[in-house]
Design a protein around this ligand. Structure first.
Ligand code: MN
Length: 372
């Protein structure tokens, strides 16, 4: 298969569009936890094995298999696992800064043991500080927080804020007894609020990756990763969590953005028409909370841009999803020109730079967009 390394010719003639990416991924080394944790913990930390057809993930005594060998083989950007080379990929693609979510770190959310949860999160965060963020400024990650005990999660936020993290990664799917709208999470919201930590949810996390194997399964399962992001918003809004913390910002990454104003309207309808059942009452309408505090990233969706003009919901940011198959590596400039060439430049600037810079402090770079 041919690897695309050049900007496509039809886009090469056009002016390069520079963008920030609100949805990218760091690729951790396989020995991240085995090299940093004592053996009794490392043995239960996330570990993947490549089988004949399936990738098998072991985590905290659980075994999960997923048909991802083809997917893994499709990760082609030269800098996928090497930050120095990745900076060149970013220059080629026109990406200035990336919020880089975990990859194998996503599996940490399946841990049930509090000590293991703390150790796995801290080791990942220290790896990120040392290997990703200490020597360059363009790629930064959220911190992973241990989610077994909320006090541990809040404590990790305090620590991570001191280290310079600007966001925490949270999974979209949670068991019913730990759903995001429950008051048990209040200490986490209070800690995140007091340190301006963005709650960075990434779709496809916390639940099963394959839920349906019938006709259209590939597309259906892709959609099934999207719905939990919507559920996060409905829980955080309807429960009053975001109403209590009006400065707290929530990012739903990789799930598209066109649905956000729509579910705000949908929640308003419930809040109004079913008002006699609604607990708690909120100080703002659900749609107002959504518009003020919920942000969403997309890669290719034309509607994500169109809705800004029509609904004025503009907490929309683009993401390259580097280095994943769903991402734009190899055709970033082509995608950005297709999305924005006929769009109001103010909307382009908002989606590609302004929204990201509202969520995150973007460092001054040493030498223009290609600096470190
Ligand atoms: Mn992603």
């Amino acid at each position: 298969m041919t690897q695309v390394t050049e900007v496509p010719t039809d886009a090469a003639d056009k002016e390069k569009i520079w963008a920030h990416s609100g949805d990218s991924h760091a690729m951790e080394p396989e020995d991240l936890w085995t090299s940093r944790l004592p053996k009794r913990l490392a043995d239960r930390a996330p570990r993947t094995e490549r089988g004949e057809k399936y990738e098998i993930v072991y985590v905290d005594g659980q075994q999960k298999s997923r048909q991802l060998n083809d997917f893994m083989d499709a990760i082609r950007p030269p800098g996928a696992s090497d930050i120095a080379i990745r900076l060149r990929d970013l220059d080629q693609e026109g990406v200035q800064c990336q919020l880089a979510f975990p990859s194998s770190g996503f599996w940490s959310v399946h841990i049930h043991d509090a000590e293991l949860s703390r150790a796995v999160a801290r080791a990942w965060n220290e790896w990120s500080l040392q290997e990703v963020m200490s020597w360059q400024k363009r790629i930064f990650t959220p911190a992973i927080v241990p989610l077994v005990e909320v006090a541990d999660a809040a404590a990790e936020v305090e620590w991570a804020a001191e280290q310079g993290f600007q966001s925490i990664f949270l999974p979209c799917t949670m068991p019913t007894e730990k759903e995001w709208g429950l008051d048990l999470w209040e200490p986490l919201w209070a800690a995140a609020d007091s340190h301006n930590m963005v709650l960075a949810y990434h779709i496809g996390t916390g639940g099963d990756t394959v839920v349906y194997r019938g006709p259209g399964g590939a597309v259906v399962n892709y959609m099934e990763t999207t719905y939990p992001g919507m559920r996060v918003v409905s829980h955080l809004v309807a429960s009053g969590a975001l109403d209590r913390h009006p400065d707290l910002k929530v990012l739903i990454a990789e799930g598209g953005a066109g649905w956000v104003p729509a579910i705000g309207d949908r929640m308003d309808e419930a809040y109004r028409q079913h008002g006699m059942f609604v607990r708690p009452r909120l100080n703002r309408l659900p749609s107002e909370i959504v518009r003020q505090q919920v942000y969403a990233s997309f890669q290719h969706d034309i509607s994500a841009v169109q809705i800004i003009e029509d609904t004025h919901y503009d907490n929309v940011l683009w993401g390259d999803d580097y280095p994943h198959l769903e991402g734009t590596y190899g055709h970033t400039q082509e995608t950005l020109h297709q999305l924005f060439d006929s769009v109001d430049p103010r909307i382009q600037d908002r989606v590609l730079r302004g929204t990201f810079e509202e969520l995150f402090t973007v460092p001054e770079l040493d030498e223009g967009p290609t600096g470190r």
